[in-house]
Design a protein around this ligand. Sequence first.
Ligand code: ADP
Length: 307
Amino acid sequence: MASISSEDKRIMYVGLCCLDIINICNAYPEEDTDQRSLDYYWKRGGNASNSCTVSSLLGVNVEFMGTLVKTREYGFMTSDLAKYDIKTENCAIYDGDRYSCPVAVAIISKQNGSRTLITALNNIVELEFSSFQKVQLQQYSWIHFEGRDNLSNIQQMMEMVEQYNNDVNISDRIIVSMELEKVKRKQLVPLMKKADYVFVSKDFAAEQGYSCKEDAVNGLIELCKPSGVIICAWGSDGAAAKAGSHDHVTSQVFSPEKVVDTLGAGDTFNAATILALNKKKTLKEAITFGCRIAGAKCGLNGFDDLR
Ligand code: ADP
């Protein structure tokens, strides 16, 4: 295959694509009451899939890699991925009679933009290494892994990229990042040593005993490889990051006039930060861009007006 110039290379997000069923309410409802929602719609969601949407809106050549199941939601999901020009040719496609499509029901409060999620992840199928093996790695400049329950499979995928990186020129190496979002997924911690950039959520850091973003990155850098970078978004307090033994850097929050929808703020932050780092911006510039785009997103319903 002819070599691909670095500007033409793709960013790949590996992780979940789910259906979000959104209800926008005036305020978060009281239990056992009956009220009308202000708006209702289906949206393609999931961390990796959301980051693909934001990347595409920001002009990135982007690919989603994960599982898709041929249930009644399949047509909606695939046409929506195509609508945003998100490549999907490496996805593993499963029959709908054995597996379910992951679905999240979201209640968004118009009062403060909060998002409450109820996720139905029973009987979903996680991506297996065998599906990843067919990926032609020379097409990518960056691969991001959403830390999910398929630990040994993610590990093998990361090792495949590691092996590829050992065999190519430094300029052709793929940058690897991962996200640790859910508190319950502590089993993924050893994988932090395999990534160039690790994104940890506020919830994950708080569970580890950290009460501010600066302490979180200063402590959690110990879990990364010596050349690794840790990045932690901290909701309405912006974000911090630390590279190896360098001093940490921070970004302020960029508050919109009114916060209307925070669903996917973290995925937006990740996508914008990765885009900036992939363009060789400094760590501080990158997280500042991440916070700026994520802040703008919080003032919008969904992602579309980010373009
Ligand atoms: P998640 O969506 O994963 O819970 P966070 O709440 O940590 O993610 O938010 C990610 C980023 O989104 C933050 O670093 C911040 O830049 C931005 N953000 C989140 N909440 C707000 C807010 N209320 N106002 C402005 N920006 C916000």
